[in-house]
Design a protein around this ligand. Structure first.
Ligand code: PLP
Length: 413
């Protein structure tokens, strides 16, 4: 079920339409490929016609009915589609959320006494996993500066088993040199795991850049409609086998309804990502021209930190980026966000609707500086935007009005 060379040669838009639609999942007996989408195949007890069939049932292999927890055609079609979209993948394991995917991978890779290295700009629940779940299971987590190979190398020790990368990282959007980091990891026998939620496999081919296991929160771009949660991990044959067994051991299963929702979202993901990227870039450029803004943290924006690496390694972007206000206070920033009419205030991202949330990295980071180099100490207060599918000019007008509220706030005026 791995992605084939012929399929990989197709452009991302075409792969997004075709992925996972093999006759095995969309056919009826005698009519291969009879429907466009696989049916929603609910979990049920699987019956064997007789004892001989039960005894002859193949061992634990993909695509065989056995027991509801192993999934059915709807989940298999989604896993197959995600595998086909990740060049170099032999298989994909589905998890009930992105965090469950990260935890499932960590519990498959790490053993008591191991050390995990984690990029300092990782998603906060990943950091919390290092401080909590993994610590409780005897794994030590150490953090390193996302933009420094030397910081990664200095953090390595003989007990280091795995590294968790995230690129661009949450909130501050630094782009990591993934090929350099994974090469350094490989030389030391360290397993590299990438949280690839931001770019998705359409925008960044993780396994092709040396990563061993790529993880996505499907909740974001694949769903795309803020109505469904799921996570995935894709890998080559050896890691796929181990991830799958660990996920089975943990009793993971995703709902076939949600799998069908994700397959639906997947078909339009490329279009949505392209539209969000273009809109986000225009908005980032506009913000960069504003006197109230100290720094725009958007990998797609020329001149922004990490832009060169993004150009070198990525084939796409998305609508998620941050910016930092020039001075001000937390209260002034709250007033700005409250003044927005089109942006919702909420966590999560990657949906059709635009969102804004405050960004305060200082108390979270342990291995790298905030404010970033070149920023004034007073440039503390950031805002993360998830640009959705609204009209770009409407979003800019909304931000323009909110920046005026910020500038007139007693703490800024
Ligand atoms: C949201 C998010 C996750 C977690 O995904 P859930 O599906 O919400 O559990 C993981 N990594 C990143 C970078 C995210 O933004």
């Amino acid at each position: 079920m791995s992605s084939s060379d012929d399929f990989d040669a197709l452009a991302p838009a075409t792969r997004g339409v075709l992925a996972g639609r093999t006759p095995e999942w969309t056919g009826t007996p005698g009519h291969p490929g009879a429907v466009v989408n696989p049916a929603v195949w609910r979990a049920s007890t699987h019956l064997y016609p007789d004892m001989a069939a039960l005894r002859a049932h193949p061992a634990n292999v993909d695509g065989n009915f056995y027991y509801g927890r192993r999934g059915g055609p709807t989940q298999w079609a989604l896993a197959e589609a995600l595998t086909q979209l990740e060049p170099g993948a032999a298989g994909t394991v589905l998890y009930p959320s992105g965090v469950a995917a990260i935890a499932g991978v960590m519990l498959a890779v790490l053993r008591p006494g191991d050390v995990l290295l984690m990029t300092d700009n990782a998603y906060e629940p990943s950091r919390a996993m290092g401080r909590g779940l993994l610590k409780d299971f005897g794994v030590e987590t150490r953090w390193f500066d996302p933009t420094s190979l030397a910081s990664f190398e200095a953090a390595c020790c003989p007990r280091t088993k795995a590294v968790l990368l995230e690129c661009p990282g949450s909130l501050t959007m630094e782009v990591q040199d993934v090929p350099a980091l994974t090469a350094a990891a490989k030389a030391r026998g360290i397993v590299s795991v990438l949280d690839n939620t931001w770019a998705s496999s359409l925008g960044f081919a993780g396994l092709s850049h040396g990563v061993d296991i790529t993880v996505m929160s499907l909740t974001k771009h694949v769903s795309g409609h803020s109505d469904c949660m799921m996570g995935s991990a894709s890998a080559g044959a050896e890691w796929y086998r181990k991830l799958r067994l660990r996920a089975q051991g943990l009793g993971n299963v995703v709902s076939p309804d949600d799998a069908a929702m994700m397959l639906r979202g997947l078909r339009t993901m490329k279009l949505r990502l392209d539209a969000e990227t273009a809109s986000a870039l225009a908005i980032a450029q506009w913000l960069q021209s504003r006197p109230e803004v100290a720094r725009v943290l958007c990998p797609m924006l020329p001149g922004s930190p990490g832009h060169d690496l993004w150009l070198r390694d990525f084939t796409g972007g998305c609508g998620l980026f941050s910016f930092v206000l020039k001075g001000g206070t937390s209260a002034a920033r709250d007033a700005l966000i409250d003044a927005l009419g089109l942006f919702g205030i909420g966590y999560s991202w990657g949906g059709f609707e635009s969102l804004a949330t405050p960004v305060d990295p200082a108390p979270i980071r342990t291995a790298s500086a905030w404010p970033l180099a070149g920023m004034e100490p007073s440039d503390q207060f950031g805002i993360r935007l998830s640009i959705g599918l609204e009209d770009t000019a409407d979003l800019i007008a909304d931000l323009d009005g909110a920046l005026a509220v910020w500038a007139a706030h007693g703490d800024c005026a």
